[in-house]
Design a protein around this ligand. Structure first.
Ligand SMILES: [Zn+2]
Length: 505
């Protein structure tokens, strides 16, 4: 292992959450933050405190909960923003204030409509002000890669003098290339006299598919910190993907000659969690964490891997926390066997949760004989909800067919009370959704509906994902449900979204 450590600054909860369609509630953000801590990231950017009271509360709660990673909040260079961010990160055992202003001609002249002197002054004043409330201040020169290099040097030198200990040079619009970006880092290192007093950070977007390559090129040029997200989610085409950066540094240590503090065995779990909670699927052929990343299809490849794994595998699935053992549970598997497997899959569950999952496991094993790890993940994820289940389904009856009007009759419970109603619909799912709305008095607009099977068999568990717009709270909310019956899964998903929406009312 190499001695120089490159810090991993994760911005899944800030830049990642700005992905179109991703919107996380506070419990979900805390769950992700805990997994990022387990993963060993150096810095968790928990949000943008001044954006909304919800963002503030999430950062504040994460700051109270997380002990081993630094907690950062983003802020513009204006005082009220900085004050909110300082207040939000206050309880953290390690904290960082992250302030930014754009430095490129197009941003300064067209967006900020400020003079270059005024931008420089705003940057310096913000860093000074932030330093009063926080030891560690990071400054970002937004759109650095389209800025004038000499002006950038002047800004960097000034903010370091003002007390910034980390200087970030973001490729905000995903415009740079590996060689150009390395040249910029070298230029800054050679032309900013006090650069040894600060760490250089990089933050790359993937508009031209080069975010990871640009970040790694910057490491070779001497960057100290990489800003990235799980699964590469983020604004537009996303950010540099944490798992790709970390594994490239690990596998090609001969080239990069640095290491990270990441526990790579937690990568897969982090990837799954972020995908589930944001509703953003991971493409099958995604490097490191995609479904096909370790699958060998061609006969020649399969033959090679059987003889010697390294013929076609440059890393082991276990290295990123994908368990490759083909252990399959069945209906004769006992509670002990299930519990052991759940622990091997990395879940720490209470006795009651295991009891409950065992009941569901038995029902599932009866229906589909062989129960795979994917099924277990789904059962656990269905059980561990990040929102209170206000309403729960007691029973569901649907009749539909070619010549009848679909009808759904649903019984729900809420705090021990039973509610029942029925509705007609254009299809069985529509009938179910109308019945749910009649019982809960919550009306939504279905924006997205998807159903997929978790494993490849006819008896497989079906997972329904919905995105519902609730006009009364002006929010799009994601709902998920798992069941062997696809109508039941669809009902659970819609009710999940309704339960989440009720938290805002
Ligand atoms: Zn960004």
């Amino acid at each position: 292992m190499s001695s120089r450590i490159v810090k991993i600054f994760d911005t899944t909860l800030r830049d990642g959450e700005q992905s179109p369609g991703a919107s996380l509630n506070i419990e979900e953000k805390i769950a992700i933050a805990k997994q990022l801590e387990k993963l060993g990231v150096d810095v968790i950017e928990a949000g943008f405190a001044a954006a909304s009271p919800g963002d503030f509360e999430a950062i504040n709660t994460i700051a109270k909960t997380i002990k081993n990673s630094t907690i950062a909040s983003l802020s513009r260079t204006v005082k009220p923003d900085i004050e909110k961010a300082l207040e939000a990160i206050k309880p953290a055992s390690r904290k960082r204030l992250h302030t930014f202003i754009a430095t490129s001609p197009i941003h300064v002249e067209k967006k900020l409509k400020m003079s270059y002197e005024a931008v420089l002054e705003a940057a310096v004043e913000a860093v000074k002000y932030a330093r009063n409330g926080c030891e560690e201040v990071e400054f970002s020169a937004e759109d650095a890669t389209r800025s004038d290099w000499d002006y950038l040097c002047k800004v960097v030198e000034s903010v370091i003098n003002a007390g910034a200990s980390v200087v970030n040079l973001p490729d905000t619009v995903g415009y740079t290339t590996p060689v150009e970006y390395a040249d910029l880092i070298k230029y800054i290192k050679n032309n900013v006299p006090n650069i040894d007093k600060a760490e250089i950070s990089v933050h790359c977007h993937n508009d031209l598919g080069m975010a990871v390559a640009n970040s790694l090129s910057a490491v070779l040029a001497g960057a100290d910190q990489i800003e990235c997200t799980i699964n590469g989610i983020g604004e537009r085409a996303g950010n540099a993907s944490l798992e790709e950066i970390v594994m490239a540094i690990k596998i090609r240590n001969d080239i990069y000659k640095v290491s990270t503090n990441i526990n790579t065995k937690e990568i897969y779990r982090a990837s799954r969690l972020v995908s589930k909670l944001t509703g953003i699927d991971i493409q099958r052929n995604k490097a490191i964490v995609g479904k096909n990343a370790f699958a060998h299809e061609a006969g020649i490849h399969q033959d090679g891997v059987i003889k010697e794994k390294s013929t076609y595998e440059i890393m082991k699935p276990e290295d990123v926390g994908i368990d490759s053992s083909s252990l399959v549970l069945g209906k004769h598997s006992g509670k002990h066997g299930l519990e052991k497997r759940l622990i091997e899959l990395g879940y720490q569950l209470t006795k009651e949760q295991i009891e409950d999952i065992f009941e569901k496991f038995k029902v599932l094993a009866d229906k589909k004989k062989e129960v795979y790890d994917e099924d277990l993940h789904a059962l656990v994820e269905d059980k561990i909800k990040f929102s209170p289940s206000l309403y729960e389904i007691v029973s569901l009856q649907v009749s539909s067919g070619t010549n009848i009007t679909p009808t759904a009759t649903i019984k729900l419970s809420k705090n021990g009370e039973i509610f029942e109603d029925a509705a007609l619909g254009d299809g069985p799912v529509d009938a179910v959704y109308k019945a749910l709305e009649r019982i809960t008095f919550v009306k939504g607009q279905l924006k997205f509906y998807e159903i997929k099977s978790i494993t490849e068999s006819r008896e497989a568990l079906g997972e329904a994902i919905v995105k519902v717009y609730f006009a009364n709270i002006d929010k799009n909310i994601l709902g998920r449900g798992v069941a062997t019956d696809v109508i039941e899964a669809s009902a659970k998903a819609y009710l999940d979204a309704i339960n989440k929406a009720l938290m805002y009312i």
